[in-house]
Write a protein that binds this ligand. Structure first.
Ligand SMILES: COc1cccc(CC(=N)NC(=O)c2cccnc2OC2CCNCC2)c1
Length: 389
């Protein structure tokens, strides 16, 4: 039976698609926190719950190692996400985070970490309504423990701990179709190091293309072209917050970032997130912004290369500099910093530059989901202003 678990959950159900009598908004009403199940769900007897203290070097290393060996792979099982420890600390400790939402499963006897799931709080606007939701991520079950039905009980446990903080909605993405996507996005890749991408099988040499012709096709200028283009600094947080808040208002679903959020999520962090802005040389006004996060992938089974260095488009705002030029400067910076590929989803206004900047379509889709919140109509990717890590 497909979706045996998801048909028991307060999520849009496939059978309800098209039933426009169902109102947009929460599917189930909150209950008093005192009525939320106080004790953890039962795990199979060999396993126990653990709260992962990501500040602890040892525990962070265990989480890193579990994900590096058992997390999401591409459809052809050639690559596996390889989130770094500093990335995980950044992703899991935003303003207002709860340690109790960093949940692990250990083998009772050996204490080996064999599964993980996380939540972080985020204020997310859907239409005109801002709701504090949990962003759920990093659901990972060790390869040797698959189809033991651990994922449903882990999802129920993180939901229970989110309810204990009086939060009743969540957002998450997946490469698989579950009940029911609020948006389905296409991912795109822009080659920066085409020779390596072809060597490792990420890309294929185009028909009637030689390697040298391919290298020339993706060649970028040595330096950025936009006057006033520079790295974001702490002093820019107020202006970037204003710029980003104004820009994100046009999307139906988007984060409701305040200055503390912008300082955490967008201030450059070595090897994790890079942000650049355009400060007008005349007026010193900050008019544009672009950012990308660093998520390498392990290359499975290649003699010459073990890591694919990938940049992922994050939040970009263009008010004076054409988005095309801004995003080309982002490519130039990523190439300068030795990235192999620059990835982007077709969300926000990204569609306007993907083809022109020589992105190629990826071989999969990323579906966005809300938990306990119905939207009347699925969104077009261009109506989506939310990037999950
Ligand atoms: C190249 O290495 C990969 C390793 C594992 C999976 C994939 C394909 C894939 N599933 N890609 C994406 O989900 C993706 C493609 C473009 C932009 N963001 C993405 O995912 C983000 C957001 C969701 N959480 C994972 C990272 C590629």
């Amino acid at each position: 039976k497909k979706h045996k678990f998801w048909e028991t959950q307060p999520v849009g159900q496939f059978k309800d698609l098209g039933d426009t009598s169902l109102p947009e908004g929460p599917i189930e009403l909150p209950t008093p926190v005192s009525e939320v199940k106080q004790e953890p769900y039962n795990l199979p007897s060999l396993y126990e719950w653990t709260t992962c203290d990501i500040d602890s070097e040892e525990t962070c290393a265990e989480v890193y190692s579990l994900l590096t060996n058992n997390y999401v792979e591409d459809d052809e099982n050639m690559f596996r996400f390889n989130y770094s420890k500093e990335f995980l600390r950044w992703a899991l400790r935003p303003p207002g985070y709860f340690k109790s939402w960093h949940i692990g499963v250990r083998v009772k006897v050996s204490k080996k970490l064999v599964a993980f799931i996380t939540g972080i709080p985020a204020r997310i606007r859907v239409g005109d309504v801002v709701v504090t939701k949990a962003e759920i991520n990093f659901l990972c079950v060790h390869k040797k423990l698959r189809s033991k039905r651990l994922a449903p009980v882990m999802i129920k446990e993180v939901t229970r701990r989110v309810h204990l903080e009086n939060i009743w909605q969540a957002a998450y993405t997946a490469g698989v179709v579950l009940p029911t996507p609020i948006a389905t996005c296409q991912y795109w890749h822009r080659s920066l190091n085409p020779k390596k991408l072809i060597d490792v099988g990420f890309s294929r040499l185009g028909a009637r293309m030689t390697m040298s012709r391919t290298i020339k096709l993706y060649k970028l200028p040595e330096s950025t072209v936009t006057p006033g283009f520079r790295k974001m600094e702490l002093r820019d947080v107020p202006a970037v917050t204003r710029l980003l808040r104004d820009y994100l208002r046009q999307f139906i679903v988007a984060p409701d970032f305040d200055q503390d959020d912008v300082e955490h999520w967008l201030l450059p962090t070595e090897n994790v997130v890079d942000s650049y802005l355009v400060e007008s040389p005349e007026t010193h006004e900050i008019t544009d912004f672009c950012s990308f996060y660093t998520l390498p992938s392990s290359i499975l089974g290649n003699q010459n290369h073990s890591i694919l260095k990938a940049a992922y488009s994050y939040y970009n705002v263009s008010t004076k500099t054409p988005l095309l030029q801004l995003m080309n400067d982002a490519l130039i910076v990523a190439k300068q910093r030795d990235y192999d590929v620059f990835n982007a989803l077709d969300i926000m206004h990204n569609e306007s530059f993907l083809k022109e900047l020589k992105y190629g379509p990826g071989d999969g889709q990323l579906h966005y989901y809300l938990y306990n919140y119905r939207v009347k109509h699925a969104l077009k990717p261009s109506e989506l202003g939310l990037v999950l890590l």
